[in-house]
Design a protein around this ligand. Structure first.
Ligand code: ADP
Ligand code: TRP
Length: 332
């Protein structure tokens, strides 16, 4: 049997190119070697998105994005977190073996406390229990599927370690029940740069949305920050434009692009070339994306079928945990 891999993605915004190369593509690659589950972490997003309309819209768009990028729901179990109620029951069980101190040390919570303290605020100002307990829910997501590997970015490494700790606490008290998961950090991808040359991130407002329309894509590319060198002057071949071009081009094409820059290609012309290259890569996927977004019933059907498969695994694990803690009649 193949080892199992799971990853959750929060529907908190529109997917950008950094997300595609840093998360979506590596997950699809990994699914060739592992039994893979991918889910929309909508109950995790609840701490960020407070409008029902927005949460629905982002969920539909995120699901459509994965499908358009080539996720085959026959090969990958693709579902919505909130459609697997077993997770939330396990979340409660796990809460009872999780030391509060472990949650105090979680990065996201600690960062808020530190910011509050430096501003002279109450340390828990602006912290709700959803944020505080976030790592326990993530542990439930991971442990309920007997997960071996969790492919995540560096920022989520600690959450995976917490999930492993919680599994150990539980197993120690009740006997071997949960598999111990491991984070799998993909280092080969590196950091995709944004319009200003820093890491592409929603929080820096420097993203290129993966599936915006062609006009918007062109406009966004025009915003890439360059220096003031004029056409004819040699340019730095290690610039943001070249780094982005490389993602969409063959090795030879990327090399030619760099040579052209070094021999004086103008920024305007270079941006046009980048647009053409990116757009020809994205266009067929964008057409699929638009199709899914305008067929929400089809997307819903896919997610429901995925949830059914996920629940088969989740039910069995939850049952093990229930047996272990003694909330139901002992199975003979
Ligand atoms: P953002 O920083 O825009 O809020 P998220 O934190 O939601 O992005 O990231 C979701 C996933 O995409 C994570 O797995 C993360 O590692 C990956 N990712 C985001 N930005 C980049 C980037 N610039 N380069 C590589 N991977 C990225
Ligand atoms: N916490 C993850 C993030 O912020 C999303 C997530 C929720 C997740 N549950 C998960 C990731 C389980 C991997 C496995 O991106």
């Amino acid at each position: 049997m193949k080892e199992r891999v799971i990853t959750g993605v929060k529907p908190t915004g529109l997917v950008h190119i950094g997300n595609y190369f840093g998360a979506i593509k590596p997950t699809l690659e990994m699914s060739k070697s592992f039994e893979t589950l991918v889910f929309l972490a909508d109950y995790h997003a609840l701490n960020f998105i407070t409008s029902a309309k927005e949460l629905r819209e982002f969920s539909l768009r995120l699901a459509s994005t994965y499908l358009a990028c080539g996720l085959d729901p026959e090969k990958i179990v693709f579902f919505r977190q909130s459609d697997v109620p077993e997770t939330f029951e396990l979340n409660w069980i796990l809460s009872n073996v999780t030391p509060k101190g472990l949650m105090n040390r979680a990065h996201a919570y600690k960062a808020i406390v530190e910011a509050n303290e430096s501003e002279g605020q109450d340390r828990d100002h602006g912290v709700n229990m959803g944020l505080y307990n976030y790592p326990i829910l993530m542990a439930a997501d991971i442990l309920i599927y007997d997960t071996k590997y969790v492919p995540v970015g560096l920022d989520q490494k600690q959450h995976c370690e917490i999930a492993r700790d919680i599994a150990q606490y539980f197993n120690k008290r009740y006997g071997e029940t949960f598999m111990l998961p491991e984070a799998k950090i993909s280092e080969s991808v590196g950091t995709i740069v944004g319009l200003d040359g820093r890491k592409m991130s929603k929080s820096y407002n420097n993203t290129i949305e993966l599936f915006c329309d062609e006009k918007t894509l062109q406009k966004t590319i025009n915003k890439i920050v360059t220096d003031s060198r004029t056409p004819g002057e040699p340019k730095d071949a290690d610039c943001t434009l070249a780094k982005l071009y490389e993602l969409f081009a063959t090795k030879d094409e990327a090399q030619d692009f760099k040579e052209d820059l070094k021999s004086g290609l103008g920024w305007g012309e270079a941006k046009k070339m980048l647009f053409e290259k990116m757009n020809s890569f994205i266009k067929p996927m964008r057409e699929k994306y638009d199709y899914y977004v305008s067929n929400p019933d089809l997307v819903e059907k896919i997610l429901q079928a995925g949830a059914e498969k996920a629940r088969l695994i989740a039910r069995a694990t939850l049952n093990r945990a229930r047996q272990a803690v003694g909330v139901n009649k002992k199975e003979s």
